[in-house]
Design a protein around this ligand. Structure first.
Ligand code: SF4
Length: 617
């Protein structure tokens, strides 16, 4: 009986070629539950303090949660490592079937250290581990890797996570691609994989994931499906994916345009679900065991990019490679998104880096103003395409300049460029311009992996009219946002131990998640307060790690761009002063129980039972 867990990690040292199984310590399971919790605690314990993310001793972990691989809907898997882009912790989530397959191989996670002396891939077949040569896979795209490995293993059902050329070249925002169209996108986990000379991990498993109480679990699953079916937000996700957020963000004045200079874009409809449906979509698709089916498979039937097969261009990508670059041709945006996927680049950071380069070129700050013969300027699809290839291959000129991300590029170009370098702690920000919403701003400033939209952004409260504790929220209020942000950050951190999909949280209630967890594992989290306490423990664990790695609390802020007034839209004229940001962060630190310097206080750590126990395998 395994009750949702196998209680085993598969450990692989690529330097020696050894692999072994390690038992999951009881205290780790009790305090950190799975997924993000396991990953952050192990990162703290196993990675050397202030180590180089691209050194052999960085740890690369593929983690699951207790509900991964069960009938619980909308569950995923995550990669945890130290980010080469930010120098902070990195947990990046992906759907598809790779996560469940880790469980079917009999593990709760796979932990990889060391560096192979030449390109390799891992073949894990139901617990048997083989390190295979991958010289012939080096240099090929993520799609080709999938196809080639499946042919070599003579099994089309094998589940594969791999990197593209960007990961091989250790581009700081290279992604890990999981089965064609699911990516662990943010923060550069693909570069860590490339630094280990690891092109891919292929899995095949047959072990069943058992649950503690089958009857109760099936009841909880039924309830979860009903909640998802009845929820209007989920219905809209099923119909349009996240692309329908483009007109919403545009109307709210927070859609990035021209490297976040503005918050509205006249071409918004074209790059949204409206334009995509017209030109692209053929059918809906889903990750394993997800009834939401937010994915839309598409095919470009005509024009310059004819023949491109693509998944939905989801909101973040549509905005970062579309409106942010002033490109409104949805077929071109689809083409750019597809290029990112096959080259192995995070489309969000790529859009941020290209937007930065276009503005730098406009201000005559780039040493080379052209790429592949095309002038680097807003609206140029050819320049955007040239830059994507140059970055992935680390070509001389703008390729090398941008391959380290916006922060490093701005440092090289000088003070003037730093004024429009849009990143927080090195992570290019998401497509939600914070000038129109102070809660969103605070959540980006304090997010644990740098400016990230998946760490408790109060979108509903700031922009959607969702009340907070019975009262309406003023989207531009500087105070009163910290408690909302902290609540959401804790809640999502707790659910990331189950490794849920963010979209599932739009439809499933906390009580249902708790029922799923309890009936699956036989363990209990003591209600919503228990979820908050678990989330707070993980959040503080992450903060301790980030402080140890040298982040400066002064980086809990917004980039200078958002100190400039918005030129148009419903929040025209709004900007953040240094005093606004200071007030917001001070309130946040105080409610978190952190010192004025942003360090978790002793009382806080004691209350959260963050002990000195360490994992050593
Ligand atoms: S909602 Fe979409 S991304 Fe999330 S698990 Fe379902 S299909 Fe995958």
């Amino acid at each position: 009986m395994n009750n949702g867990y196998f209680d085993k990690f598969l450990m692989i040292d690529l330097s020696s070629g050894n692999s072994w199984e390690a038992a999951v310590p009881d205290w780790l399971k009790a305090s950190f539950v799975g997924g993000k919790g396991y990953g952050l605690r192990l990162l703290y314990d196993l990675a050397p303090p202030q180590g180089d993310p691209l050194a052999a001793d960085n740890v690369l972990m593929f983690m699951t949660g207790p509900l991964t691989g069960t009938l619980a809907p909308s569950m995923r898997a995550c990669v945890v490592t130290k980010s080469p882009l930010t120098g902070t912790l990195l947990d990046s989530y992906f759907g598809g079937s790779f996560g469940p397959e880790i469980k079917y191989c009999g593990y709760d996670g796979i932990i990889i250290t060391g560096r192979a002396s030449e390109p390799v891939y891992l073949w894990i077949d139901d617990g048997r581990v083989e390190i295979r040569p991958a010289r012939k896979l080096w240099g090929i795209s993520t799609l080709e890797v999938n196809k080639t490995i499946k042919e070599e293993l003579k099994d089309d059902s094998v589940k594969i996570a791999c990197i593209g050329p960007a990961g091989e070249n250790m581009v700081s925002f290279a992604l890990i691609s999981c089965e064609y169209n699911r990516q662990a996108g943010r923060g550069g986990a693909g570069a860590v994989m490339g630094s280990k000379n690891l092109k891919a991990v292929a899995l095949r498993g047959s072990k069943p994931v058992r649950v503690w109480d089958q009857g109760k679990f099936l009841e909880a699953v039924e309830l979860a499906y009903r909640e998802l079916k009845d929820n209007p937000d989920i219905k809209s996700l099923t119909l349009t994916g996240t692309a329908s957020s483009v007109p919403f963000a545009n109307e709210a004045g927070v859609l990035p345009r021209r490297n976040y200079y503005d918050g509205v874009f006249e071409g918004a409809d074209e790059i949204s679900d409206f334009g995509q449906n017209k030109h692209l979509w053929l059918r809906s698709d889903a990750c394993t065991g997800c009834p939401i089916r937010c994915s839309k498979m598409g095919y470009l039937r005509s024009g310059r990019y004819r023949g491109t097969v693509s998944d939905i261009v989801e909101y973040e990508t549509a905005a970062m490679l579309g409106s942010n670059l002033e490109i409104s041709d949805v077929k071109a945006v689809t083409h750019l998104a597809h290029l990112c996927d096959t080259l192995g680049l995070d489309s969000m950071s790529a859009g941020g880096a290209i937007g930065f380069a276009m503005e730098a070129a406009e201000k005559n700050l780039l040493p080379q103003q052209r790429v592949c013969g095309h002038e680097i300027k807003f609206g140029s699809v050819e320049a955007a395409e040239g830059l994507l290839r140059a970055i992935a291959l680390r070509e001389d000129g703008p390729g090398i300049l941008l391959a380290g991300g916006v922060r490093r590029a701005a440092e090289k170009l000088g003070v003037q460029a730093e004024q429009f370098a849009v990143h927080i702690k090195g992570l290019e920000t998401p497509a939600w311009g914070p000038r129109g919403a102070t809660g969103i701003a605070l959540s980006l400033m304090t997010a644990d992996r740098g400016g990230c939209h998946q760490r408790g952004m109060p979108l509903g409260e700031d922009l959607g009219g969702v009340p907070w504790q019975g009262r309406q929220v003023d989207r531009l209020a500087v105070t009163g946002k910290a408690e909302i942000v902290i609540h959401h950050q804790n809640y999502l951190a707790a659910l990331d131990t189950f490794v849920k999909c963010d979209f599932g949280t739009f439809g499933l209630s906390p009580a249902t998640y708790l029922k799923l967890y309890h009936s699956c594992t036989g363990r209990s989290l003591e209600g919503e307060e228990g979820l908050q306490a678990l989330g707070a423990r993980i959040w503080n664990m992450g903060r301790l790690y980030n402080l140890r790695e040298g982040i400066n609390p002064a980086e809990d802020t917004l980039p200078p761009r958002f100190g400039e007034p918005l030129p148009s839209g419903p929040c025209k004229g709004h900007s953040f002063s240094r005093d606004d940001l200071k007030t917001m962060v001070e309130e946040y630190y105080q409610l978190r129980g952190w010192t004025a310097k942003g360090v978790p206080g002793e009382e806080t750590l004691k209350k959260l039972q963050l002990t000195d126990t360490f994992c050593r395998f």
